[in-house]
Design a protein around this ligand. Structure first.
Ligand SMILES: C[S@@+](CC[C@H](N)C(=O)[O-])C[C@H]1O[C@@H](n2cnc3c(N)ncnc32)[C@H](O)[C@@H]1O
Length: 232
């Protein structure tokens, strides 16, 4: 299991549903300003945002590096594939990367990611993504939490240092079969690194022009910035 699969397995215990829905509202509002018939959701997770758009008549595809997430999309009948965007062959009116997806990449990976995004957009296409601000990392993401449902136990410890957030995830899941009535749990543990990106980085990209940026508050004061790019 990769560290992204572990995140996928643990996500429902993080309590982020409300914030996700609020974020989807922001994206939905922005997309209304553009003529969008086709959309690629990169880092689509369980496909919840795509479900919203499909009900509005937009054709959507999702890609994610976690097979676990992609399987969850497919179970809902969504078009999804576990591939890197560099291997995507379609072109789209809009591409989105919602909820920190860009922060999962270090600078070198982000440079090639943004190149691939530009190459997958139709003429006049739009790319919308969000990134964490410094306060989003230091005041919101850093810290510890745990959640115990009886069948699952999650502990998360995140440390922000040198512009990187290291999140240690420990998940215990009760096995299906209880042997001799003893509860036995399987333990999963891994670390996810997220990277802070300066706004200036996004102002000098090949193939994409940053046309708008909005810093807003999701969990705390000014913890996220929405970035809107047009294909050049
Ligand atoms: C915080 S989740 C957000 C999921 C989804 N966008 C949502 O709003 O529910 C970040 C997702 O990005 C995926 N991811 C991280 N890096 C990626 C990359 N380079 N390409 C595609 N997916 C990526 C992870 O597997 C995870 O599903």
């Amino acid at each position: 299991m990769t560290n992204l699969d572990l995140y996928a397995k643990a996500e429902h215990l993080l309590g982020i549903e409300e914030a996700s829905e609020a974020l989807y509202d922001v994206y939905r509002g922005e997309l209304d300003d553009y003529e969008v018939k086709t959309l690629l959701d990169v880092g689509c997770g369980r496909g919840n945002f795509m479900e919203r758009l499909i009900s509005d008549g937009i054709t959507c595809k999702g890609i994610d590096l976690s097979q676990y997430m992609v399987d969850a999309c497919k179970e809902k009948g969504l078009d999804a594939e576990c591939i890197d965007i560099k291997d995507e062959t379609g072109t789209y009116d809009a591409i989105v990367s919602i909820f920190d997806v860009l922060n999962f990449m270090d600078k070198d990976s982000l440079i090639s990611f943004m190149d691939s995004v530009a190459s997958r957009l139709n003429k006049n296409g739009v790319f919308i993504a969000d990134i964490n601000t410094l306060s989003g990392f230091a005041d919101v993401a850093e810290g510890s939490m745990s959640n115990d449902t009886g069948d699952e136990f999650l502990s998360v410890d995140a440390v922000f240092e040198n512009y990187e957030l290291h999140t240690r995830i420990t998940l215990f899941i009760k096995e299906n079969e209880e042997k001799n009535n003893d509860k036995s749990f399987i333990k999963y543990q891994d670390t996810i690194i997220q990277y802070f990106h300066k706004l200036n980085f996004f102002k000098k990209l090949n193939g994409l022009k940053l046309i708008d940026k909005q810093t807003f508050s999701l969990y705390a004061e000014k913890d996220k910035t929405l970035l809107i790019f047009k294909k050049q």
